[in-house]
Design a binder for this molecule. Sequence first.
Ligand SMILES: [Fe+2]
Ligand SMILES: [Fe+2]
Length: 214
Amino acid sequence: MDSNWRSTPVEVREGIRYLSAHFYPEGMMSRWSELKKLSFNAAKMIKLYSLQQVIEELEHFDFFKEYFKEEPLKDVKLPPSYIELFDGLIQDFKTANWKDNVATRFHMITEGVLATVGLKILNETSKKYGLNKFNEGIRAIIEDEARHVNFGFSLIENKEYAIKRIEELFPLAVRIVKEGKEKIEPMGYNVDELIGLMEDLKRARIEKISSLSK
Ligand SMILES: [Fe+2]
Ligand SMILES: [Fe+2]
Protein backbone atom coordinates (compact mmCIF):
# COMPACT_ATOMS: atom_id res chain seq x y z
CA MET A 1 0.00 0.00 0.00
CA ASP A 2 1.26 3.50 -0.80
CA SER A 3 2.10 5.77 2.14
CA ASN A 4 -0.31 8.41 0.79
CA TRP A 5 -3.21 5.95 0.37
CA ARG A 6 -5.02 7.12 3.49
CA SER A 7 -4.71 10.79 2.56
CA THR A 8 -6.29 10.12 -0.86
CA PRO A 9 -9.95 11.30 -1.07
CA VAL A 10 -12.32 8.69 0.27
CA GLU A 11 -14.41 8.50 -2.94
CA VAL A 12 -11.23 7.87 -4.94
CA ARG A 13 -10.11 5.14 -2.55
CA GLU A 14 -13.55 3.55 -2.68
CA GLY A 15 -13.60 3.67 -6.46
CA ILE A 16 -10.14 2.12 -6.71
CA ARG A 17 -11.12 -0.61 -4.28
CA TYR A 18 -14.36 -1.24 -6.14
CA LEU A 19 -12.64 -1.62 -9.52
CA SER A 20 -9.77 -3.62 -8.03
CA ALA A 21 -12.25 -6.15 -6.64
CA HIS A 22 -13.30 -6.87 -10.23
CA PHE A 23 -9.71 -7.97 -10.89
CA TYR A 24 -9.38 -9.80 -7.61
CA PRO A 25 -12.87 -10.86 -6.47
CA GLU A 26 -11.72 -11.89 -3.02
CA GLY A 27 -15.27 -12.26 -1.72
CA MET A 28 -16.09 -14.93 -4.29
CA MET A 29 -12.82 -16.82 -4.61
CA SER A 30 -14.63 -20.10 -3.87
CA ARG A 31 -16.26 -19.69 -7.29
CA TRP A 32 -12.77 -19.22 -8.74
CA SER A 33 -11.42 -22.54 -7.51
CA GLU A 34 -13.42 -24.41 -10.15
CA LEU A 35 -12.41 -21.86 -12.75
CA LYS A 36 -8.76 -22.27 -11.82
CA LYS A 37 -8.94 -26.02 -12.47
CA LEU A 38 -10.76 -25.52 -15.76
CA SER A 39 -8.23 -22.87 -16.84
CA PHE A 40 -5.23 -25.05 -16.08
CA ASN A 41 -6.76 -28.03 -17.91
CA ALA A 42 -7.55 -25.88 -20.93
CA ALA A 43 -4.05 -24.39 -20.87
CA LYS A 44 -2.55 -27.88 -20.96
CA MET A 45 -4.53 -28.63 -24.11
CA ILE A 46 -3.79 -25.33 -25.83
CA LYS A 47 -0.12 -25.08 -24.83
CA LEU A 48 1.69 -22.13 -26.45
CA TYR A 49 1.22 -19.01 -24.39
CA SER A 50 -1.84 -20.30 -22.54
CA LEU A 51 -0.13 -21.64 -19.41
CA GLN A 52 1.87 -18.44 -19.11
CA GLN A 53 -1.36 -16.46 -19.24
CA VAL A 54 -2.91 -18.47 -16.39
CA ILE A 55 0.23 -17.89 -14.31
CA GLU A 56 0.11 -14.16 -15.04
CA GLU A 57 -3.56 -14.01 -14.00
CA LEU A 58 -2.62 -15.58 -10.66
CA GLU A 59 0.14 -12.98 -10.29
CA HIS A 60 -2.44 -10.26 -10.90
CA PHE A 61 -4.53 -11.68 -8.07
CA ASP A 62 -1.44 -11.60 -5.85
CA PHE A 63 -0.73 -7.96 -6.66
CA PHE A 64 -4.19 -6.83 -5.50
CA LYS A 65 -4.19 -9.19 -2.54
CA GLU A 66 -0.85 -7.86 -1.36
CA TYR A 67 -1.61 -4.19 -2.02
CA PHE A 68 -4.89 -4.33 -0.10
CA LYS A 69 -3.57 -6.59 2.66
CA GLU A 70 -4.57 -4.06 5.32
CA GLU A 71 -7.96 -3.33 3.75
CA PRO A 72 -8.96 -6.65 2.16
CA LEU A 73 -11.22 -6.53 -0.88
CA LYS A 74 -13.49 -9.30 0.37
CA ASP A 75 -16.04 -6.78 1.68
CA VAL A 76 -16.43 -5.10 -1.71
CA LYS A 77 -19.79 -6.07 -3.15
CA LEU A 78 -19.69 -6.88 -6.85
CA PRO A 79 -22.76 -6.41 -9.07
CA PRO A 80 -24.99 -9.37 -10.10
CA SER A 81 -23.99 -8.78 -13.74
CA TYR A 82 -20.33 -9.44 -12.88
CA ILE A 83 -21.22 -12.73 -11.22
CA GLU A 84 -23.30 -13.66 -14.28
CA LEU A 85 -20.34 -13.00 -16.59
CA PHE A 86 -18.05 -15.28 -14.59
CA ASP A 87 -20.53 -18.04 -13.92
CA GLY A 88 -21.02 -18.09 -17.69
CA LEU A 89 -17.29 -18.63 -18.14
CA ILE A 90 -17.44 -21.83 -16.08
CA GLN A 91 -20.19 -23.08 -18.41
CA ASP A 92 -18.21 -22.01 -21.48
CA PHE A 93 -15.27 -24.22 -20.52
CA LYS A 94 -17.62 -27.21 -20.54
CA THR A 95 -18.98 -26.70 -24.07
CA ALA A 96 -17.84 -28.55 -27.20
CA ASN A 97 -16.66 -25.31 -28.88
CA TRP A 98 -15.10 -23.97 -25.69
CA LYS A 99 -12.22 -22.24 -27.47
CA ASP A 100 -14.55 -19.87 -29.28
CA ASN A 101 -16.72 -19.46 -26.19
CA VAL A 102 -13.84 -18.73 -23.80
CA ALA A 103 -12.03 -16.50 -26.30
CA THR A 104 -15.15 -14.38 -26.81
CA ARG A 105 -16.34 -14.11 -23.22
CA PHE A 106 -12.93 -13.90 -21.55
CA HIS A 107 -10.31 -12.62 -23.99
CA MET A 108 -12.51 -10.32 -26.06
CA ILE A 109 -15.22 -9.06 -23.68
CA THR A 110 -13.66 -9.42 -20.22
CA GLU A 111 -10.07 -8.54 -21.06
CA GLY A 112 -10.44 -6.74 -24.37
CA VAL A 113 -13.30 -4.45 -23.31
CA LEU A 114 -13.99 -4.45 -19.56
CA ALA A 115 -10.49 -4.87 -18.14
CA THR A 116 -9.05 -2.48 -20.71
CA VAL A 117 -11.41 0.27 -19.51
CA GLY A 118 -11.00 -0.62 -15.81
CA LEU A 119 -7.21 -0.61 -16.03
CA LYS A 120 -7.25 2.72 -17.87
CA ILE A 121 -9.23 4.27 -14.99
CA LEU A 122 -6.97 2.67 -12.37
CA ASN A 123 -3.85 3.81 -14.23
CA GLU A 124 -5.02 7.40 -14.68
CA THR A 125 -6.41 7.74 -11.16
CA SER A 126 -3.40 6.31 -9.38
CA LYS A 127 -1.11 8.53 -11.46
CA LYS A 128 -3.21 11.60 -10.66
CA TYR A 129 -3.12 10.96 -6.91
CA GLY A 130 0.53 9.90 -6.79
CA LEU A 131 -0.19 6.34 -5.72
CA ASN A 132 3.07 5.24 -7.28
CA LYS A 133 3.31 1.69 -6.04
CA PHE A 134 -0.22 0.96 -7.15
CA ASN A 135 0.40 2.64 -10.49
CA GLU A 136 3.52 0.58 -11.12
CA GLY A 137 1.58 -2.65 -10.55
CA ILE A 138 -1.29 -1.53 -12.77
CA ARG A 139 1.05 -0.63 -15.63
CA ALA A 140 2.61 -4.10 -15.48
CA ILE A 141 -0.86 -5.66 -15.61
CA ILE A 142 -1.80 -3.49 -18.60
CA GLU A 143 1.18 -4.91 -20.51
CA ASP A 144 0.19 -8.47 -19.64
CA GLU A 145 -3.43 -7.91 -20.60
CA ALA A 146 -2.49 -6.56 -24.04
CA ARG A 147 -0.70 -9.87 -24.68
CA HIS A 148 -3.66 -11.84 -23.34
CA VAL A 149 -6.10 -10.15 -25.70
CA ASN A 150 -3.75 -10.78 -28.62
CA PHE A 151 -3.42 -14.41 -27.65
CA GLY A 152 -7.22 -14.65 -27.57
CA PHE A 153 -7.44 -13.99 -31.30
CA SER A 154 -5.40 -17.12 -31.97
CA LEU A 155 -7.97 -19.22 -30.11
CA ILE A 156 -10.85 -18.26 -32.38
CA GLU A 157 -11.88 -21.00 -34.79
CA ASN A 158 -15.22 -19.78 -36.11
CA LYS A 159 -15.05 -16.08 -36.96
CA GLU A 160 -18.74 -15.56 -37.73
CA TYR A 161 -19.80 -17.30 -34.54
CA ALA A 162 -17.27 -15.34 -32.48
CA ILE A 163 -18.44 -11.98 -33.82
CA LYS A 164 -22.08 -12.85 -33.18
CA ARG A 165 -21.28 -13.91 -29.64
CA ILE A 166 -19.27 -10.78 -28.84
CA GLU A 167 -22.32 -8.74 -29.86
CA GLU A 168 -24.54 -10.94 -27.69
CA LEU A 169 -22.32 -10.63 -24.62
CA PHE A 170 -21.61 -6.93 -24.97
CA PRO A 171 -24.84 -5.77 -23.24
CA LEU A 172 -23.82 -7.77 -20.16
CA ALA A 173 -20.49 -5.91 -20.08
CA VAL A 174 -22.38 -2.62 -20.33
CA ARG A 175 -24.60 -3.67 -17.42
CA ILE A 176 -21.51 -4.30 -15.27
CA VAL A 177 -20.31 -0.74 -15.85
CA LYS A 178 -23.78 0.75 -15.34
CA GLU A 179 -24.21 -1.15 -12.09
CA GLY A 180 -20.94 0.42 -10.90
CA LYS A 181 -22.05 3.98 -11.69
CA GLU A 182 -22.24 5.08 -8.05
CA LYS A 183 -18.64 4.06 -7.43
CA ILE A 184 -17.12 5.00 -10.78
CA GLU A 185 -18.56 8.48 -11.38
CA PRO A 186 -17.25 10.03 -8.13
CA MET A 187 -13.75 9.19 -9.45
CA GLY A 188 -14.36 11.74 -12.21
CA TYR A 189 -15.65 9.49 -15.01
CA ASN A 190 -18.92 9.54 -16.87
CA VAL A 191 -20.48 6.12 -17.38
CA ASP A 192 -22.00 7.04 -20.76
CA GLU A 193 -18.58 8.12 -22.03
CA LEU A 194 -17.07 4.88 -20.76
CA ILE A 195 -19.73 2.93 -22.64
CA GLY A 196 -18.72 4.85 -25.77
CA LEU A 197 -15.13 3.75 -25.22
CA MET A 198 -16.33 0.16 -24.75
CA GLU A 199 -18.16 0.35 -28.09
CA ASP A 200 -14.93 1.51 -29.77
CA LEU A 201 -12.96 -1.34 -28.21
CA LYS A 202 -15.60 -3.90 -29.18
CA ARG A 203 -15.59 -2.60 -32.76
CA ALA A 204 -11.78 -2.83 -32.92
CA ARG A 205 -11.80 -6.43 -31.63
CA ILE A 206 -14.48 -7.41 -34.17
CA GLU A 207 -12.59 -5.75 -37.02
CA LYS A 208 -9.47 -7.68 -36.11
CA ILE A 209 -11.39 -10.96 -36.00
CA SER A 210 -12.87 -10.20 -39.45
CA SER A 211 -9.37 -9.71 -40.83
CA LEU A 212 -8.01 -12.99 -39.45
CA SER A 213 -7.03 -15.43 -42.18
CA LYS A 214 -8.97 -18.47 -40.97
FE1 LIG B 1 -5.36 -10.38 -15.47
FE1 LIG C 1 -5.59 -11.39 -18.54
